[in-house]
Design a binder for this molecule. Structure first.
Ligand code: NFS
Length: 658
């Protein structure tokens, strides 16, 4: 065997089984014999991957294929139906947008159904918690307020909300929240969306064999659907959840597997829709349930979360985050989880198999997301408290079945709860709530710009490292970071969401602002549908003035360093379509299509003012984002940090004389 081949083989063998920087996982695998049942083990077995699939140039749309097209090989230039790599990759890409937009929007629809039932008094346990936000949404929906009762207004808002998904003509109402210039641009570009259902159906139609073959035209439809997600489905989910469950305010939380309790019944809620988990939060405090837990030998009931359901209930109740996407199996492997209660999205199909090796009961709760091997308890919003009690009882009754338990002693505090309204309030104070202090500090150069760092974990890269390294580099360069999703959980676990992180990691300008206001340099804004909060924060910055008249002019950038889901592509694309430079890591799904990739990475800047980019290394991603932010600062004429000059008497006199 040649020397370099030997070297390669040795390197391969040396690769650790769990590629992560998470201290809890590393501790767990040092102390527990973990069977080969994790996603890391399956990843290894799936390698090497099909390179056509990875580059976005495998077409499975009709049964004459699958066709593998390759623009660099004459004989593979076209698929059987005659399309080339750019058409194939564009179709695949916008089908990813359709998948992501569908997930967010079906989540929103379920929320709207619960909201409407609650408004009609048909869903006991749910209420209107944020009346102010209800009135705001009523105005957006042209619902008259007058002296009508809250219930009346809520019913009409709920009905209009349900109608938005199937809106045939558009534009959907929440797009009117965007800066005027942006709305005009969308209209000119044919991107003003109709209801998200219609946009998704049109994607499926256009990508059927023999329909739309023009990558630019396909991407225009992808953009319109993504906008219908960001400024429609996702935003509506956030709004209705805030109205029903309360708009988040800063709250202390804890993160990582160390939040599990050895002596208590541990219930881990996992998924995305908070309607059921809100009820579970209430039910675990019920004395009857606590008594039942004690009868089974536990000291109490401990609730924790995984993925975005966790983010939702952290933001509103301070319920601890057990972990992000790649920690779902690990939570079960502690042997301490008595029930893992899942709703929809980002659930691993392996959960019941992993649970079989331990004692955890995996409970599915949504008819849309059943997993073979799991127990199904259907969540009924009309009888939510009873459903929640049934689930909590099942968890308690499973406590005596525990085998060996090992909970890593690893956890970290965080402050969550930064809705865009909270940022407004914190920066400006109760009587003059505004984004002015943020804009002023950007203009004077203490803050270089703002970055949204969001998205998933991906087992193809080192778990959490991509998020933490990128965010550290951004804040060290005085970029304020806004976060959601699993990215937020990664940085929470790394201690970046504490006020003291400002002094430790942030550049001097950002640290000064954070210390004055009392906020961390990295703000947790919630779950992935709450990326709509970032759109609203960007819009608020535009409307505040001083930083141009559109989102595309702001010194801001977005990133999803460890993305993996279709939802991440939809989110990334609605940011690009809203004028934001957005860089993804890990892998890029159109690399086999040079013209399409050029359109997304360069051409889109001409079309929407935003664009996509891709880089593997965190420092390259950070540099690209900082370069973009600096470019925008230059265009605004604020490229140099302006020192505050305190005028003395002589200078004043000179001014007066002038
Ligand atoms: Ni977002 Fe949230 Fe996590 Fe990715 Fe999945 S949980 S919705 S998709 S993996 S960030």
């Amino acid at each position: 065997m040649a020397d370099n081949e030997k070297e390669k083989k040795a390197q391969k063998q040396e690769k650790p089984r769990f590629t992560t920087v998470d201290a809890a996982i590393l501790d767990l695998c040092n102390n527990v014999e973990i069977p080969e049942i994790t996603c890391w083990d399956r990843t290894k077995k799936q390698s090497p991957r099909c390179s056509f699939g990875e580059k976005g140039i495998c077409c499975r749309i009709c049964s004459m294929g699958p066709c593998r097209v390759d623009e660099s090989r004459e004989k593979l230039k076209y698929g059987v139906c005659g399309v080339d790599s750019n058409t194939v990759a564009a179709r695949n890409f916008i089908r990813m947008i359709a998948g992501g937009a569908a997930a967010h929007s079906d989540h929103a629809r379920a929320g709207a159904e619960t909201f409407l039932a609650a408004a009609k008094g048909e869903a006991p346990g749910y209420a209107i918690k944020d009346e102010q936000k209800l009135l705001q949404l009523a105005m957006d929906f042209d619902v008259s307020v007058g002296d009508r009762s809250v219930q009346d207004i809520a019913i009409e808002v709920g009905e209009k909300g349900m109608g938005i998904f199937g809106e045939q003509f558009g534009p959907i109402p929440l797009t009117k929240r965007a800066p005027l210039k942006r709305q005009k641009l969308w209209a000119e570009q044919g991107m003003l969306p109709r209801g998200v259902d219609r946009e998704i159906v049109e994607i499926m139609h256009r990508t059927h064999i023999g329909v739309d073959m023009d990558p630019v035209n396909l991407m225009q439809q992808g953009s319109r659907a993504a906008i219908a997600d960001g400024w429609g489905g996702s935003m509506l989910a956030t709004e209705l959840q805030d109205i029903m469950f309360g708009t988040p305010v800063p709250i202390l939380g804890r993160s990582n597997l160390g939040v599990l309790e050895k002596e208590q019944v541990n219930i881990v809620i996992h998924g995305h829709e908070p309607s059921l988990s809100e009820m579970i939060v209430a039910v675990v405090q019920d004395p009857e349930m606590i008594e039942r837990a004690k009868q089974k030998g536990a000291q109490g009931i401990n609730l924790a979360g995984i993925c975005c359901t966790a983010n939702e209930i952290l933001m509103r109740h301070g319920v601890p985050l057990a972990g992000n996407f790649l920690q779902q199996e690990m939570a079960i492997i502690t042997g301490a989880v008595d029930a893992m209660v899942v709703d929809v999205q980002c659930l691993m199909g392996s959960l019941p198999r992993v649970a079989e090796c331990f004692h955890t009961k995996v409970i599915t709760t949504n008819y849309r997301a059943k997993i073979p091997g799991a127990t199904h308890i259907q969540f009924e919003e009309h009888d939510a408290v009873e459903t929640a009690k049934k689930i909590v009882r099942a968890a308690i009754d499973n406590f005596p079945n525990r085998k060996e338990v090992y909970i890593p002693d690893v956890e970290c505090d965080l402050i969550g709860g930064f809705s865009h309204e909270t940022i407004n309030y914190l920066l400006g104070g109760m009587f003059r709530a505004s984004y002015k202090p943020l804009n002023d500090n950007i203009i004077n150069g203490r803050i270089l710009g703002v970055a949204g760092v969001v998205g998933c974990n991906n087992v193809k890269c080192e778990h959490d490292a991509g998020h933490i390294d990128l965010v550290k580099e951004l804040i060290a360069n005085n970029v304020l970071v806004l976060q959601t999703g699993c990215s937020a959980v990664a940085c929470a676990k790394a201690g970046l969401m504490l006020p003291e992180a400002a002094a430790k990691y942030a550049g001097p300008g950002l640290a000064e602002v954070c210390e004055t206001v009392g906020i961390p340099p990295v703000l947790h804004m919630g779950s992935c549908v709450d990326n709509s909060r970032i759109l609203m924060a960007a819009t608020a910055m535009v409307k505040q003035g001083g930083l141009g008249d559109d989102i595309s002019g702001l010194p801001v950038a977005g990133a999803a360093p460890e993305w993996m889901s279709e939802k991440a592509i939809s989110i990334g694309h609605y940011f690009v379509a809203s004028g934001v430079y957005t860089v993804f890591g890990t892998t890029w799904p159109t690399t086999g299509a040079s013209e399409l990739t050029d359109l997304l990475f360069n051409g889109y800047e001409e079309i929407t003012g935003g664009k996509w980019d891709f880089a593997l290394e965190s420092n390259v991603q950070a540099q690209k984002m900082i370069d973009h932010i600096k470019k925008k600062r230059e265009a605004l004429g604020i490229e140099k940090a302006r020192k505050r000059i305190l005028y003395d008497m002589a200078m004043r006199r000179e001014l007066d004389a002038g």
